[in-house]
Design a binder for this molecule. Structure first.
Ligand code: ZN
Length: 347
């Protein structure tokens, strides 16, 4: 199948390399069948201007093992001065509190971004609950593409469905954790289940599956923190996901909940369409749909070394990954060197 394009990852560099870095995060990507990642801007410092973007471009040039592009963060200061660059896939806008410093709390700045951000690149929004209505309303008012990240609630997905039916230029993604976990899993997971958006109810989960036909992409929202940080008294939100997204979806194929064609649409075609990107040539993943294995945090390549899916047995395993004609992953081994990844070709 075509390689996975994950449009929502946090590789934590710069500023959080004890959690993950571009080398470890992109190794995890390849092990999960992911050939390209779009990295989020809520770093320390946040990527909101030319110098912080240049710093990240240089880090990726030296360390990325898969292909990549970036989001720039929407801040108060850059609302009327968009940071545009061939490496930038979109503008990330945080309307609700999450991990990092980028919450956009000013209406004037919000409107400034909608007026000044280039129309050929999406505005990607972290917008939960009422904020979902704000962002859908602005997409309609400005008649421009807006992508809603990690939709997780029944009311949100139903609003997105209505907006799409009315021709509003909205797209949306869902995460594997909102597809395969609910609040019922939270007691046994403890702090490891803490994420933004938080896990939904069974009714929310049912609504995501019932409306999967209007979902444009599955994205991991790979957001690693160390086990020590997660088990502290003030755990940060976020879980790793790069290595479990495709196996969980292939397991859903095995269980008859999804077709393999739909997995390709959600993990490759949809992401490329939303972001106006050209996937790398000769890049694909060999998967074994009948292989069964147990997910173990200790076996993962993400630096954080844990997973909320610990011990889960799934059908479907990544065997080999090819990027631009070269084999970059074979079972248990990443073959791509740091720095061999390339910037994605964007619209
Ligand atoms: Zn995120």
């Amino acid at each position: 199948m075509p390689g996975v394009i994950d449009i929502h990852v946090h590789l934590r560099e710069p500023g959080g390399t004890h959690k993950e870095d571009f080398s470890s995060g992109t190794a995890a990507a390849l092990a999960g069948g992911v050939i390209a990642v779009l990295d989020m801007p809520n770093n320390t410092p946040p990527v909101v201007d030319r110098s912080t973007l240049d710093q990240k471009i240089e880090i990726a040039r030296q360390k990325a093992r898969c292909d990549y592009a970036f989001y720039v963060g929407a801040s108060m200061e850059n609302a009327t001065a968009p940071v545009i660059d061939p490496h930038v896939a979109g503008l990330k806008m945080y309307l609700d509190a999450t991990y990092g410093p980028l919450r956009l709390a000013s209406l004037a700045a919000l409107l400034g971004h909608f007026e000044s951000w280039p129309r050929n690149k999406p505005i990607a929004a972290h917008a939960e609950g009422l904020s979902t209505a704000v962002i859908v309303g602005l997409a309609q008012l400005y008649d421009r593409p807006v992508h809603i990240c990690h939709v997780s609630r029944r009311s949100e997905i139903e609003l997105v469905r209505r907006a799409k039916e009315r021709g509003v230029h909205v797209t949306c993604e869902v995460t594997p954790h909102h597809l395969f976990l609910t609040q019922d899993d939270a007691p046994s997971l403890g702090n490891l289940a803490y994420m933004k958006p938080e896990l939904g109810t069974q009714a929310d989960n049912d609504a995501l599956w019932d409306n999967l036909g209007i979902v444009d992409a599955v994205a991991s929202d790979h957001a690693p923190h160390t086990l020590e940080e997660k088990q502290s008294d003030s755990p940060p939100p976020g879980i790793p996901g790069l290595e479990t997204t495709l196996p969980l979806l292939l397991n859903a194929v095995h269980n008859g909940r999804l077709s393999l064609e739909r997995v390709v649409e959600l993990c490759h075609d949809g992401p490329a369409r939303i972001m106006g990107l050209r996937p790398p040539d000769d890049s694909y993943v060999e998967v074994d749909l009948d292989a069964t294995w147990s997910i173990r945090g200790a076996d993962l390549l993400t630096k954080c070394g844990w997973t909320p899916f610990e011990g889960m047995t799934v059908y479907g395993r990544v065997r080999s990954v090819y990027l631009r004609g070269t084999r970059v992953y074979e079972p248990g081994k990443v073959l791509a060197a740091p720095g061999s990844g390339r910037p994605l070709s964007l619209a």
